[in-house]
Design a binder for this molecule. Sequence first.
Ligand code: KG4
Ligand code: ZN
Length: 357
Amino acid sequence: MREIILAIETSCDETSVAVLAEGKYVLSSMVASQIDVHQAYGGVVPEIASRQHIEHISMVVQEALHTASVRREELTAIAVTHGPGLVGALLVGLCYAKGLSYALGLPLVPVHHLEAHIYANFLLPEPPSLPLCGLIVSGGHTDLIYMPRHGEFQLLGQTRDDAAGEAFDKIARVLLLPYPGGPHLEKLAAHGQANLNFPRAWLEAGSLDFSFSGLKSAVINYLHTKKQQGHTVVAADVAASFQQAIIEVLVARAVAAAKRVGAVNLCLAGGVSANNALRQALRQAALEQKLHFFVPESKYCTDNAAMVAMSAHHRLQAGVVADLSLNAAAVLPMTNWVNDRPVHNVVDNGYNSGKKA
Ligand code: KG4
Ligand code: ZN
């Protein structure tokens, strides 16, 4: 029988449903964005996000099936993101997925949101081979992951404070740009010069971790000082300088991580990977280091259910399914589903083992 997965993603502010056939063909990928609703508040309001998901989920599922020209009876599995994310938002997608799975008698495939971001790279016409090294840059996470085979992951580095997307959004906010700030900041930066020297946190020698709070404070202090002095600032230059500082660290760490584990495939993933300056800089660095570089199409960088379906395809092949007791989790560590063990940070730089504060 032809494998046809319907996947649901509601971890934050996008109600997304996709239909994937044979682990290869995206028959539909629908995203109902709530950006307009949250924009008035300058960020995602969790309670409103949950209500919006409830209002839209049935319609988005129907549209995904209609666009894919697939009937419910033709589906072979239901996949759903069960964490990490906003728990109320996750629960909407999870309950709907459980209902479908139960009513249609289909396996329920649990998917980890960050793992799904990595799997967005497998939606490419020419996907990466394994092992690969992945840099996930989203609104809530900045992680470097080594993936020797499907379902096996090692954490090489992560942010110790703000995530990259969070830093973009916070700086965009102080520059009075609309939510979500990342794409707006990128547009503004394109008109500016990176002529301001904001700090890069390189941390201890050998570390593959990130820290963006110092950069964020430096930009905010710069803006306050200029304001107090009565000087005008060139917002585009601030945006360009901030973006350059963050990209420089992301690129250097991603390349160093790939070299450290001897992976020739380097994948970028997560919402911030839609940033063209980052895509170009990492592509160039990978080329210079003779690494194969992969990045999903922009529409599969930000939250979407097609990546969830792709992750589910590989889980399903390995028999990883859940029962109806599956719960949503706001905080959910990645797991090695090949052996059901937690994913550990394998780079001991003192910080992670608690030797340094
Ligand atoms: O992966 P994602 O869609 O949601 C989470 O899982 O968090 O990532 C959203 C983040 C937001 O912080 C958003 O501002 C950022 O990705 N983002 C960007 C760009 N597009 C989205 N950041 C910088 N440049 C962009 N073009
Ligand atoms: Zn995401």
